[in-house]
Unconditional design. Structure first.
Length: 221
């Protein structure tokens, strides 16, 4: 079993539950932090001490307070740590259950498990830790379809930018002007209209508002 685990979670009650779960399955050393910056510094210090962590368990969302943070979200923490420690095992333990978000974390950030918080969350977390220890991927049932090829979406960075600006309530004319300012092409009204129509068809949206609501549910924006 993992001998040294770092838990990055800002809620005390959840931290206690994770700690007890880790003890029950035989983890020997458990370090807990409530800020992503602290998690990063702990990893760096452990490496300098030649006693690196075997596993990271992190939430995605952290409430901001008076403290200024460089790394403010769990996905950013994972990204930074995976770049510096590519062999690090990482488990996300979060309330978020958006399929697109999970797919991105697994495919782009090499997350080893995604566990949804809930009534059976700690039980699932225990299963996930064992699965990851045995080099297996683990996804909670709520998000298990994230890697299903049928759920793959034909969407690129340009589409995401259009959707972000649309979600801000901008008109197509305003989006066109913004794209030109950012030197993003195509920026013509006709190109934007065609692409948004294609996205509405792809997501089976009735209108722009419906489209924004759907892509937010998917975790695309």
């Amino acid at each position: 079993m993992f001998s040294k685990v770092l838990v990055s979670e800002d809620m005390d009650d959840i931290n206690k539950g994770i700690y007890n779960t880790l003890l029950e399955i035989g983890c020997k050393e458990i370090v807990q932090v409530q800020y992503c910056d602290d998690a990063y510094l702990k990893f760096k210090k452990a490496l300098l001490d030649d006693a690196p962590f075997d596993l990271l368990i992190t939430d995605l969302s952290f409430k901001s307070d008076h403290r200024e943070e460089r790394i403010t979200a769990g996905d950013d923490l994972i990204k930074v740590l995976k770049q510096e420690f590519p062999d690090l095992k990482a488990i996300v333990y979060s309330v978020e259950d958006r399929i697109q978000k999970v797919r991105s974390l697994v495919n782009d950030y090499n997350v080893n498990a995604y566990v949804c918080k809930g009534r059976k969350g700690l039980s699932e977390l225990s299963k996930a830790i064992n699965a990851v220890y045995n080099n297996n991927l683990y996804l909670s049932q709520e998000v298990s379809s994230a890697l299903n090829p049928k759920n793959n979406l034909e969407i690129n960075d340009y589409d995401i930018e259009l959707l972000k600006q649309l979600s801000l309530g901008l008109s197509q004319d305003e989006i066109s002007k913004n794209l030109k300012k950012q030197n993003i092409s195509p920026s013509s009204l006709s190109s934007i209209e065609k692409r948004l129509n294609k996205l509405r068809d792809q997501f089976k949206a009735n209108n722009a508002i419906h489209l924004v609501a759907i892509v937010k549910d998917f975790g695309i924006i």
